[in-house]
Design a protein around this ligand. Sequence first.
Ligand code: MG
Ligand code: ZN
Length: 352
Amino acid sequence: MKKIKITSVLVILTVALFAQKQPKNVVFIIGDGMGLAHIYAGMVANGNKLQLERFKNIGFSKTYSSSHFTTDSGAGGTALSSGIKTRNGMIGMNPDSTASESILEVAEKNGLSTGMVVACDVTHATPASFIAHQVSRKMTEEIATDYLKTDIDVFIGGGRKNFENRTDNRNITNELKEKGYTIAYTLDEVKNTKTGKLAGMLYNEHNPPMPERGDMLPEASMAAIDILDNNKKGFFMMIEGSQIDWAGHDNNGAQIAKEVLDLDKTIGKVLDFAEKNKNTLVIVTADHETGGFTITDGSIIKKEFKSDFSTKGHSSVPVPIFAFGPGAEDFTGFMENISFKNKLIKLLKLKN
Ligand code: MG
Ligand code: ZN
């Protein structure tokens, strides 16, 4: 009798240990163009500390595309979302122009809730890579139309014009409403929506840069998590710090730090949620590095640094990965940017 009890306790303990490894929710965070120097710029400007330091599982992602040694955000986003190396400029497509399925779409198919919150037009390359299938990132009206073909539960960003002021005179917002979406044009309207499907189009074109955008990214991200977390099956969500890349293209170190700190604030709030929730895997990475950015001098005490750049475009170097929560150790070491999707499918036990 006693023996049986001990055995069953051991079984329960073993089951509990293994159960702990499986996440229910995934928050996939992309700092567009965010290399190590960008992160360090934010850290120095913030007095030598970042929320990112809470991560203990760290790796690197190799970012080259199928057509270029240096990727763009279309191929980079598609690699992260769909697990394939494709040609620069392409959105959710294989190099032969056939559609590839994104992790968001797989999650949706398996009954998880899905969402995206970005600091740019929602039809821009990175969010588009998770939801749309087009041969060119420039086809922003077609990408907006692709939102109708999915069942994404929550998406928040800019880009209202591509939904409502189009060359084909279709009003995609009205069509979204017919599909049951609540449409939010302000952050307050986003925050007042607690259930159901939500399309947050907060700006006509891109979101303004920091600091003009305020706490849009952290607040909209947490509002989205609030809605997505209603689903007992779990959720997959992508958050993008979109404008780190743009500050990199501008070779503007001070602006890079501001954009990184906005994303870092968001990361801190997501980590607070994940720590309490215990079933949430949080991954932070980038699609590529922008600017060939480096820091040549500075002062921790003065919160200052001296920037140097080797390009106005993207560079080819691997980018950091940070992971937290159940399954986090699977995202360490050197990885190809195409390995995220299948690792997530496996961890979430999704049917592909
Ligand atoms: Mg982007
Ligand atoms: Zn870029």
